[in-house]
Design a protein around this ligand. Sequence first.
Ligand SMILES: C[S@@+](CC[C@H](N)C(=O)[O-])C[C@H]1O[C@@H](n2cnc3c(N)ncnc32)[C@H](O)[C@@H]1O
Length: 345
Amino acid sequence: MSKSRRNKPIYMATVVPGLENIAFQEICTKFPTAGTVDSQKGKVFFHYENSYKDLFALKCVDNIYFYIGSFGIGPHKVDLLQVESKIKSLNVINRILQIEKDIKGKRIIVSASRSGKHTYSRFDIADTFLDALLGYHFFVRGTVEQHDLAFRVDVDKDKAFLHLKLTPPTFRFRGKDREFLTGALRPSVAHSMVLISEPESTDVFLDPFCGSGTIPYERSFYDAFAILASDISAERLEVARKNLPEYIGINRWDACNTEMIDNSVTKIVSNLPWGKQIQVDDINRLYVNFLKEAKRILAPGGRMVLLTDEENALFTAAEINGFSISKVCTISLHGLHPSIFMLEK
Ligand SMILES: C[S@@+](CC[C@H](N)C(=O)[O-])C[C@H]1O[C@@H](n2cnc3c(N)ncnc32)[C@H](O)[C@@H]1O
Protein backbone atom coordinates (compact mmCIF):
# COMPACT_ATOMS: atom_id res chain seq x y z
CA MET A 1 0.00 0.00 0.00
CA SER A 2 1.42 3.47 -0.88
CA LYS A 3 2.14 5.94 1.96
CA SER A 4 -0.68 8.33 0.95
CA ARG A 5 -3.17 5.45 0.89
CA ARG A 6 -1.97 4.20 4.29
CA ASN A 7 -2.94 7.52 5.91
CA LYS A 8 -6.43 7.66 4.49
CA PRO A 9 -9.23 6.50 6.79
CA ILE A 10 -10.46 3.01 5.99
CA TYR A 11 -14.12 2.07 6.31
CA MET A 12 -15.81 -1.30 6.48
CA ALA A 13 -19.36 -1.81 5.23
CA THR A 14 -21.35 -4.90 6.09
CA VAL A 15 -23.39 -6.37 3.25
CA VAL A 16 -25.57 -9.41 2.69
CA PRO A 17 -23.04 -12.14 1.79
CA GLY A 18 -22.95 -12.45 -2.01
CA LEU A 19 -23.50 -8.74 -2.64
CA GLU A 20 -19.89 -7.63 -2.01
CA ASN A 21 -19.19 -6.82 -5.70
CA ILE A 22 -22.39 -4.86 -6.14
CA ALA A 23 -21.62 -2.86 -2.99
CA PHE A 24 -18.11 -2.14 -4.34
CA GLN A 25 -19.63 -0.90 -7.60
CA GLU A 26 -22.00 1.38 -5.71
CA ILE A 27 -19.12 2.77 -3.60
CA CYS A 28 -16.97 3.47 -6.69
CA THR A 29 -19.87 5.03 -8.62
CA LYS A 30 -21.09 7.28 -5.81
CA PHE A 31 -17.57 8.15 -4.55
CA PRO A 32 -15.10 8.07 -7.45
CA THR A 33 -12.24 9.11 -5.12
CA ALA A 34 -12.87 6.14 -2.79
CA GLY A 35 -10.46 3.26 -3.24
CA THR A 36 -11.40 -0.31 -2.58
CA VAL A 37 -9.09 -2.18 -0.23
CA ASP A 38 -10.37 -5.70 0.34
CA SER A 39 -13.46 -7.80 0.76
CA GLN A 40 -14.37 -10.73 2.99
CA LYS A 41 -17.63 -12.63 3.16
CA GLY A 42 -20.26 -10.02 4.06
CA LYS A 43 -17.76 -7.16 4.39
CA VAL A 44 -16.15 -4.62 2.07
CA PHE A 45 -13.21 -2.40 3.07
CA PHE A 46 -12.51 0.89 1.30
CA HIS A 47 -10.71 4.26 1.67
CA TYR A 48 -12.56 7.53 1.76
CA GLU A 49 -11.03 10.95 2.50
CA ASN A 50 -13.99 13.30 3.06
CA SER A 51 -16.60 13.27 5.85
CA TYR A 52 -17.83 9.76 6.65
CA LYS A 53 -21.37 11.16 6.76
CA ASP A 54 -21.25 11.28 2.93
CA LEU A 55 -21.13 7.48 3.04
CA PHE A 56 -24.66 7.35 4.46
CA ALA A 57 -25.79 7.81 0.83
CA LEU A 58 -24.82 4.17 0.22
CA LYS A 59 -27.87 1.93 -0.13
CA CYS A 60 -26.54 -1.56 -0.93
CA VAL A 61 -24.83 -1.83 2.47
CA ASP A 62 -26.39 -2.58 5.88
CA ASN A 63 -23.99 -0.77 8.22
CA ILE A 64 -20.83 1.31 7.95
CA TYR A 65 -17.89 1.15 10.37
CA PHE A 66 -14.61 3.01 10.75
CA TYR A 67 -11.78 0.48 10.67
CA ILE A 68 -9.45 1.13 13.62
CA GLY A 69 -6.98 -1.69 13.13
CA SER A 70 -6.20 -5.37 13.58
CA PHE A 71 -3.74 -7.56 15.46
CA GLY A 72 -2.88 -11.21 15.98
CA ILE A 73 -4.71 -13.04 18.77
CA GLY A 74 -4.13 -16.52 20.23
CA PRO A 75 -6.81 -19.22 20.67
CA HIS A 76 -6.69 -19.51 24.49
CA LYS A 77 -8.35 -17.49 27.20
CA VAL A 78 -4.93 -16.52 28.55
CA ASP A 79 -4.17 -14.86 25.19
CA LEU A 80 -6.83 -12.27 25.98
CA LEU A 81 -4.44 -10.86 28.62
CA GLN A 82 -2.43 -9.35 25.76
CA VAL A 83 -5.38 -7.42 24.34
CA GLU A 84 -4.77 -4.32 26.48
CA SER A 85 -1.21 -3.78 25.23
CA LYS A 86 -2.15 -4.65 21.65
CA ILE A 87 -4.98 -2.09 21.71
CA LYS A 88 -2.46 0.51 22.96
CA SER A 89 -0.22 -0.20 19.99
CA LEU A 90 -3.17 0.44 17.64
CA ASN A 91 -3.19 4.07 18.77
CA VAL A 92 -6.96 3.91 19.08
CA ILE A 93 -7.50 7.49 20.21
CA ASN A 94 -5.50 9.06 17.38
CA ARG A 95 -7.20 6.81 14.89
CA ILE A 96 -10.67 7.84 16.13
CA LEU A 97 -9.64 11.50 16.15
CA GLN A 98 -9.15 11.14 12.38
CA ILE A 99 -12.93 11.20 12.05
CA GLU A 100 -14.41 12.41 15.38
CA LYS A 101 -13.08 15.62 16.95
CA ASP A 102 -14.79 15.39 20.34
CA ILE A 103 -14.48 12.05 22.15
CA LYS A 104 -14.03 13.11 25.79
CA GLY A 105 -16.47 11.51 28.24
CA LYS A 106 -18.11 9.37 25.56
CA ARG A 107 -20.16 6.36 26.73
CA ILE A 108 -18.96 3.24 24.97
CA ILE A 109 -20.13 -0.32 24.34
CA VAL A 110 -18.40 -3.24 22.60
CA SER A 111 -19.97 -6.09 20.62
CA ALA A 112 -17.99 -9.04 19.30
CA SER A 113 -18.18 -11.89 16.83
CA ARG A 114 -15.93 -14.93 16.65
CA SER A 115 -15.15 -17.54 14.02
CA GLY A 116 -12.58 -20.31 14.39
CA LYS A 117 -11.49 -22.45 17.33
CA HIS A 118 -10.98 -20.55 20.58
CA THR A 119 -11.38 -21.42 24.25
CA TYR A 120 -13.11 -18.08 24.88
CA SER A 121 -16.56 -16.86 23.84
CA ARG A 122 -17.56 -13.72 21.98
CA PHE A 123 -18.75 -12.34 25.34
CA ASP A 124 -15.24 -12.83 26.78
CA ILE A 125 -13.87 -10.92 23.78
CA ALA A 126 -16.37 -8.07 24.20
CA ASP A 127 -15.67 -7.79 27.97
CA THR A 128 -11.88 -7.83 27.46
CA PHE A 129 -11.96 -5.16 24.75
CA LEU A 130 -14.36 -3.02 26.78
CA ASP A 131 -12.06 -3.12 29.82
CA ALA A 132 -9.05 -2.29 27.65
CA LEU A 133 -10.83 0.65 26.00
CA LEU A 134 -12.06 1.94 29.38
CA GLY A 135 -8.36 2.15 30.30
CA TYR A 136 -8.41 5.31 28.17
CA HIS A 137 -9.80 7.94 30.48
CA PHE A 138 -11.66 9.51 27.56
CA PHE A 139 -14.30 6.83 27.77
CA VAL A 140 -16.98 5.75 30.25
CA ARG A 141 -19.09 2.60 30.27
CA GLY A 142 -22.36 2.92 28.33
CA THR A 143 -25.36 0.62 27.88
CA VAL A 144 -27.02 -0.78 24.76
CA GLU A 145 -29.82 1.76 25.25
CA GLN A 146 -27.54 4.69 26.07
CA HIS A 147 -24.15 5.06 24.43
CA ASP A 148 -22.25 7.42 22.17
CA LEU A 149 -19.73 5.06 20.56
CA ALA A 150 -20.29 1.40 19.64
CA PHE A 151 -17.15 -0.62 18.98
CA ARG A 152 -17.24 -3.92 17.09
CA VAL A 153 -14.59 -6.63 17.37
CA ASP A 154 -14.46 -9.49 14.87
CA VAL A 155 -12.11 -12.32 15.83
CA ASP A 156 -11.50 -14.35 12.71
CA LYS A 157 -9.29 -17.36 13.54
CA ASP A 158 -5.98 -15.78 14.71
CA LYS A 159 -6.75 -12.12 13.99
CA ALA A 160 -8.83 -9.50 15.78
CA PHE A 161 -10.34 -6.57 13.83
CA LEU A 162 -11.49 -3.49 15.74
CA HIS A 163 -14.09 -1.11 14.27
CA LEU A 164 -16.23 1.83 15.36
CA LYS A 165 -19.85 1.79 14.21
CA LEU A 166 -20.92 4.92 12.33
CA THR A 167 -24.46 4.22 11.14
CA PRO A 168 -27.47 4.57 13.48
CA PRO A 169 -29.75 1.52 14.02
CA THR A 170 -32.41 2.95 11.66
CA PHE A 171 -29.94 3.28 8.73
CA ARG A 172 -30.53 -0.15 7.21
CA PHE A 173 -34.31 0.25 7.42
CA ARG A 174 -34.37 3.71 5.80
CA GLY A 175 -35.72 5.34 8.96
CA LYS A 176 -38.48 4.17 11.30
CA ASP A 177 -41.67 4.96 9.39
CA ARG A 178 -41.83 1.93 7.09
CA GLU A 179 -43.74 -1.26 7.75
CA PHE A 180 -42.11 -4.58 6.78
CA LEU A 181 -44.23 -7.75 6.32
CA THR A 182 -43.38 -11.48 6.24
CA GLY A 183 -41.26 -12.15 3.16
CA ALA A 184 -40.21 -8.50 2.92
CA LEU A 185 -36.77 -8.01 1.47
CA ARG A 186 -33.96 -6.20 3.19
CA PRO A 187 -33.76 -2.71 1.62
CA SER A 188 -30.05 -3.27 0.80
CA VAL A 189 -30.91 -6.39 -1.23
CA ALA A 190 -33.81 -4.63 -2.98
CA HIS A 191 -31.49 -1.73 -3.80
CA SER A 192 -28.83 -4.05 -5.20
CA MET A 193 -31.44 -5.61 -7.50
CA VAL A 194 -32.51 -2.16 -8.66
CA LEU A 195 -28.88 -1.28 -9.48
CA ILE A 196 -28.44 -4.58 -11.37
CA SER A 197 -31.40 -3.53 -13.56
CA GLU A 198 -29.37 -0.38 -14.52
CA PRO A 199 -32.00 2.30 -13.79
CA GLU A 200 -32.65 4.80 -16.60
CA SER A 201 -34.82 7.92 -16.55
CA THR A 202 -36.87 6.51 -19.47
CA ASP A 203 -37.76 3.32 -17.55
CA VAL A 204 -41.27 2.03 -17.15
CA PHE A 205 -40.54 -0.05 -14.07
CA LEU A 206 -42.78 -2.74 -12.56
CA ASP A 207 -42.57 -4.97 -9.49
CA PRO A 208 -45.51 -7.39 -10.02
CA PHE A 209 -45.03 -9.20 -6.64
CA CYS A 210 -44.45 -5.99 -4.68
CA GLY A 211 -45.70 -7.06 -1.21
CA SER A 212 -45.07 -4.13 1.12
CA GLY A 213 -43.28 -2.26 -1.67
CA THR A 214 -39.61 -2.58 -0.72
CA ILE A 215 -38.33 -2.81 -4.31
CA PRO A 216 -40.40 0.06 -5.80
CA TYR A 217 -39.39 2.15 -2.77
CA GLU A 218 -35.70 1.57 -3.57
CA ARG A 219 -36.35 2.31 -7.28
CA SER A 220 -37.85 5.70 -6.29
CA PHE A 221 -34.34 6.97 -5.46
CA TYR A 222 -33.73 7.18 -9.24
CA ASP A 223 -35.59 8.99 -12.03
CA ALA A 224 -38.01 6.97 -14.13
CA PHE A 225 -40.76 7.61 -16.67
CA ALA A 226 -43.08 5.54 -14.44
CA ILE A 227 -42.78 3.24 -11.43
CA LEU A 228 -45.52 0.67 -10.92
CA ALA A 229 -46.14 -1.81 -8.11
CA SER A 230 -48.68 -4.62 -8.07
CA ASP A 231 -49.58 -7.65 -5.97
CA ILE A 232 -52.46 -10.10 -5.72
CA SER A 233 -53.02 -9.47 -2.00
CA ALA A 234 -55.21 -6.54 -0.93
CA GLU A 235 -53.71 -6.61 2.60
CA ARG A 236 -50.16 -6.34 1.30
CA LEU A 237 -51.11 -3.51 -1.06
CA GLU A 238 -52.61 -1.68 1.89
CA VAL A 239 -49.14 -1.66 3.48
CA ALA A 240 -47.46 -0.77 0.17
CA ARG A 241 -49.78 2.26 -0.10
CA LYS A 242 -48.55 3.48 3.30
CA ASN A 243 -44.90 2.84 2.42
CA LEU A 244 -44.68 4.24 -1.11
CA PRO A 245 -44.66 7.82 -2.45
CA GLU A 246 -47.95 8.83 -4.09
CA TYR A 247 -46.58 9.01 -7.62
CA ILE A 248 -45.96 5.25 -7.68
CA GLY A 249 -48.87 3.50 -9.41
CA ILE A 250 -50.23 0.69 -7.22
CA ASN A 251 -52.55 -1.99 -8.67
CA ARG A 252 -54.12 -5.22 -7.45
CA TRP A 253 -53.17 -7.60 -10.24
CA ASP A 254 -52.32 -11.25 -10.62
CA ALA A 255 -48.76 -11.15 -11.96
CA CYS A 256 -49.82 -13.71 -14.57
CA ASN A 257 -52.57 -11.44 -15.86
CA THR A 258 -51.76 -7.74 -15.52
CA GLU A 259 -53.47 -4.83 -17.23
CA MET A 260 -50.24 -3.53 -18.79
CA ILE A 261 -50.34 -3.18 -22.57
CA ASP A 262 -48.02 -5.22 -24.80
CA ASN A 263 -44.32 -4.17 -24.95
CA SER A 264 -44.86 -1.32 -22.46
CA VAL A 265 -42.47 -2.18 -19.58
CA THR A 266 -38.68 -1.69 -19.80
CA LYS A 267 -37.67 -3.21 -16.42
CA ILE A 268 -39.22 -5.75 -14.08
CA VAL A 269 -37.49 -6.23 -10.72
CA SER A 270 -39.12 -8.59 -8.24
CA ASN A 271 -38.72 -10.91 -5.28
CA LEU A 272 -40.77 -13.89 -6.49
CA PRO A 273 -42.75 -16.03 -4.04
CA TRP A 274 -40.46 -18.99 -3.17
CA GLY A 275 -43.24 -21.09 -1.68
CA LYS A 276 -41.67 -20.89 1.81
CA GLN A 277 -42.83 -17.83 3.78
CA ILE A 278 -45.51 -17.05 1.16
CA GLN A 279 -47.54 -20.20 0.35
CA VAL A 280 -48.13 -20.88 -3.35
CA ASP A 281 -50.03 -23.93 -4.71
CA ASP A 282 -47.78 -24.69 -7.66
CA ILE A 283 -44.51 -22.73 -8.00
CA ASN A 284 -43.70 -24.27 -11.41
CA ARG A 285 -47.01 -23.22 -12.89
CA LEU A 286 -46.81 -19.74 -11.32
CA TYR A 287 -43.33 -19.14 -12.79
CA VAL A 288 -44.32 -20.38 -16.28
CA ASN A 289 -47.47 -18.23 -16.34
CA PHE A 290 -45.73 -15.18 -14.92
CA LEU A 291 -42.89 -15.35 -17.48
CA LYS A 292 -45.47 -15.73 -20.26
CA GLU A 293 -47.08 -12.48 -19.08
CA ALA A 294 -43.66 -10.83 -18.67
CA LYS A 295 -42.83 -11.76 -22.26
CA ARG A 296 -46.00 -10.01 -23.42
CA ILE A 297 -45.58 -6.77 -21.45
CA LEU A 298 -41.80 -6.32 -21.68
CA ALA A 299 -40.54 -4.00 -24.41
CA PRO A 300 -37.97 -5.47 -26.84
CA GLY A 301 -34.60 -5.40 -25.04
CA GLY A 302 -36.47 -5.24 -21.72
CA ARG A 303 -34.78 -6.70 -18.69
CA MET A 304 -35.92 -8.59 -15.58
CA VAL A 305 -34.04 -8.99 -12.31
CA LEU A 306 -35.61 -11.69 -10.13
CA LEU A 307 -34.79 -13.18 -6.73
CA THR A 308 -35.71 -16.76 -5.83
CA ASP A 309 -34.26 -19.96 -4.41
CA GLU A 310 -36.45 -22.00 -6.82
CA GLU A 311 -33.73 -22.09 -9.46
CA ASN A 312 -34.98 -25.13 -11.42
CA ALA A 313 -38.52 -23.77 -11.68
CA LEU A 314 -37.21 -20.43 -12.96
CA PHE A 315 -34.81 -21.96 -15.54
CA THR A 316 -37.59 -24.21 -16.86
CA ALA A 317 -40.05 -21.32 -17.09
CA ALA A 318 -37.42 -19.15 -18.84
CA GLU A 319 -36.75 -21.88 -21.38
CA ILE A 320 -40.47 -22.46 -22.06
CA ASN A 321 -40.98 -18.73 -22.64
CA GLY A 322 -37.80 -18.12 -24.66
CA PHE A 323 -35.94 -15.83 -22.22
CA SER A 324 -32.16 -15.77 -22.00
CA ILE A 325 -31.30 -16.21 -18.31
CA SER A 326 -28.13 -15.84 -16.26
CA LYS A 327 -27.34 -16.06 -12.57
CA VAL A 328 -25.87 -12.79 -11.22
CA CYS A 329 -25.03 -13.96 -7.70
CA THR A 330 -26.15 -16.18 -4.83
CA ILE A 331 -26.78 -14.50 -1.50
CA SER A 332 -27.20 -15.67 2.11
CA LEU A 333 -30.53 -14.57 3.53
CA HIS A 334 -32.33 -15.88 6.65
CA GLY A 335 -30.37 -19.17 6.44
CA LEU A 336 -31.39 -19.69 2.77
CA HIS A 337 -29.32 -19.21 -0.38
CA PRO A 338 -31.48 -17.63 -3.07
CA SER A 339 -29.96 -16.19 -6.25
CA ILE A 340 -30.49 -13.05 -8.26
CA PHE A 341 -31.18 -13.83 -11.92
CA MET A 342 -31.19 -11.59 -14.96
CA LEU A 343 -33.54 -12.39 -17.83
CA GLU A 344 -33.62 -10.61 -21.16
CA LYS A 345 -36.38 -10.64 -23.78
C1 LIG B 1 -41.71 -12.73 -1.52
S1 LIG B 1 -43.12 -11.75 -1.40
C2 LIG B 1 -42.57 -10.21 -2.00
C3 LIG B 1 -42.07 -9.39 -0.90
C4 LIG B 1 -41.76 -7.96 -1.31
N1 LIG B 1 -40.63 -7.88 -2.20
C5 LIG B 1 -41.50 -7.13 -0.07
O1 LIG B 1 -40.37 -6.73 0.20
O2 LIG B 1 -42.47 -6.93 0.70
C6 LIG B 1 -44.10 -12.34 -2.67
C7 LIG B 1 -45.41 -11.58 -2.92
O3 LIG B 1 -46.04 -12.21 -4.03
C8 LIG B 1 -47.44 -12.05 -3.88
N2 LIG B 1 -48.07 -13.00 -4.80
C9 LIG B 1 -48.20 -14.37 -4.69
N3 LIG B 1 -48.79 -14.85 -5.80
C10 LIG B 1 -49.03 -13.80 -6.62
C11 LIG B 1 -49.59 -13.65 -7.93
N4 LIG B 1 -50.05 -14.70 -8.60
N5 LIG B 1 -49.65 -12.41 -8.46
C12 LIG B 1 -49.20 -11.32 -7.78
N6 LIG B 1 -48.68 -11.40 -6.55
C13 LIG B 1 -48.59 -12.61 -5.97
C14 LIG B 1 -47.69 -12.27 -2.40
O4 LIG B 1 -48.90 -11.64 -2.02
C15 LIG B 1 -46.43 -11.59 -1.80
O5 LIG B 1 -46.72 -10.26 -1.46
